[in-house]
Ligand binder design. Structure first.
Ligand code: HEC
Length: 458
């Protein structure tokens, strides 16, 4: 299941897309000039009048006192909020809970990125992963990863982070504390910047060219101007690209030259995007957010994920005050199934659904348009999971090599797995097993749990 190393050269197939002029959606968040601005998945953090302010997605402005300093990065995991000035401060409520974090980083922190339960901290000496208060440095054959890096990607249903090392771009896949290289691509020139979009694919700028990873491998996107830096988000339909001739928005079908007053000066560095790819721009009039097509954020199973047990799906619209309708549907069965939303969230329960491919489709309706986000998922309810069809391959691929006789814990077939299931789940969820190897993918762990819930069908 793990592709250790696969090489592909960037730029074999080029794609020419039509240019379009577009007036983007734009909102002013704060009518104050700020010294520093950063975005998390959904919030914006600024330093204004010598005080940090945390602007929540619903527009509420929370004052974080008495911290000050030009903010360069921000991230949030649960109730822990990370703010990067020259050091990284972790704030819970209005209290700094980890003032020493920066002392144990391998170098000077340069940027932050969060995906679910982890924060990726890029330093000038390598990339480290913070999870549940524990730091781990990401290395390949002992080499630290100099970056740039982008987290929140997915590749064939695996959760990945993209980390560059000169001409190489590594996709690290993982779960829990253990991450390992899943795919490596060699470009002709060093990778200058990397970003993800909502399908989890990576975008790269390298020597003035823009490259996009798709299901068919890498392709070059022809912009006709030099691409400098790319910015995206893990729920974003496309990416923003700074070029020698201004900003571009690029998605699967379009290259857009966005026009609009708040994009003046937006190329001057320090651009920030949130999870849905909204660009945050600050100027002397305040902090503005700009988006193409009013994106919609779907937090739930990743593209290509296996759904074997109930998952929470939540939706947030870019301009909630303008939304006239929000709906979540499951398509692929006989009739589309509406999942009733409560405060923008619904539980997607695969139990009782025929197994197979489905599309999870979210729709936000505005007066003049509808935004749609789709995720392809594979439904495998507990009762349809068997040892032979699903669990045996995990056992053979990741465990059998050590657990067939030579260890104390003998796991040699479905009976042994059934007898040790609690310990197996503890060990694979914590990342302790497979010993010394990459953690099992979240989808595989969900499969094991669902096999147990379905009564250990052989
Ligand atoms: C590289 C060898 C290796 C691999 C691969 C491996 N294990 Fe282990 N595992 C060990 C060793 C060594 C121990 C400790 C001795 C023992 O309990 O057998 C262990 C212990 C365990 C234990 C008992 C832990 C405890 O708390 O007592 C469980 C359960 C387990 N492994 C499950 C798995 C599962 C499931 C996989 C596959 C996803 C796996 N292991 C893959 C080597 C491995």
């Amino acid at each position: 299941m793990w592709v250790a190393f696969f090489l592909a050269c960037g730029g074999q197939s080029a794609l020419d897309l039509p240019f379009q002029q577009i007036e983007p959606y734009s909102a002013t968040l704060l009518a104050n000039p700020v010294r520093g601005v950063a975005t998390t998945d959904a919030s914006v953090v600024v330093d204004v009048e010598d005080q940090w302010r945390w602007i929540h997605p619903d527009g509420e402005v929370e004052r974080l006192f008495p911290w000050t300093g030009t903010i360069r990065g921000a991230a949030q995991v649960g109730t822990d909020r990370f703010v990067l000035v020259d050091r990284v401060t972790v704030v819970r409520g209005n209290t700094a809970v980890d003032a020493l974090l920066s002392d144990v980083l391998p170098g000077e922190p340069e940027s932050l990125c969060s995906d679910g339960d982890a924060v990726w901290i890029q330093t000038d000496q390598g990339v480290v992963l913070w999870r549940a208060g524990v730091l781990a440095e990401l290395r390949v054959d002992g080499r630290p990863m100099p970056g740039p890096a982008a987290c929140g990607g997915s590749l064939y249903g695996e959760r990945v982070a993209w980390l560059a090392e000169g001409e190489l771009l590594h996709a690290f896949a993982g779960n829990g504390a253990a991450w390992a290289v899943f795919e490596t691509t060699a470009f002709a020139d060093p990778v200058d910047s990397v970003a993800v979009d909502g399908t989890g694919w990576a975008w790269v700028t390298s020597a003035g060219a823009l490259h996009a990873r798709t299901s068919d491998g890498w392709r070059e996107v022809v912009l006709e101007v030099e691409a400098l830096e790319v910015f995206g988000g893990r729920g974003s339909a496309g990416v923003w690209v700074t070029t020698t001739d201004g900003l571009r928005w690029v998605d699967a079908e379009r290259i857009i030259v966005p026009t609009g007053p708040s994009l003046e000066g937006a190329e001057s560095g320090g651009l920030q995007t949130d999870a849905v790819g909204r660009l945050t721009v600050s100027d002397t009039a305040g902090v503005h957010q700009v988006a193409i097509d009013r994106p919609l954020w779907l937090d739930g199973p990743l593209e290509g994920a296996v759904v074997a047990e109930p998952v929470l799906v939540s939706l947030s619209a870019t301009a909630p005050e303008e939304v006239t309708g929000l709906r979540l549907q499951l398509r692929g069965g006989a009739d589309p199934l509406d999942l009733p939303l409560s405060e923008g969230a619904a539980v997607f329960d695969p139990q009782g659904l025929p197994p197979g491919p489905y599309v999870l489709r979210a729709e936000a309706t505005y007066a003049d348009r509808t935004t749609v986000v789709e995720r392809n998922v594979e439904v495998l309810p507990a009762g349809s999971i068997t040892w032979t069809a699903h669990v045996q391959s995990i056992h053979e691929g990741s465990c059998a090599v050590c657990h067939t006789g030579s260890t104390e814990t003998v796991l040699d077939g479905p009976e042994a797995w059934e007898a040790s299931i609690a310990g197996i789940l503890d060990n694979v969820e914590s990342g302790a097993m497979p010993l010394g190897g990459p953690s099992l993918a979240p989808g595989d762990i969900a499969l094991i749990r669902a096999w147990r819930d379905g009564g250990f069908t052989r």
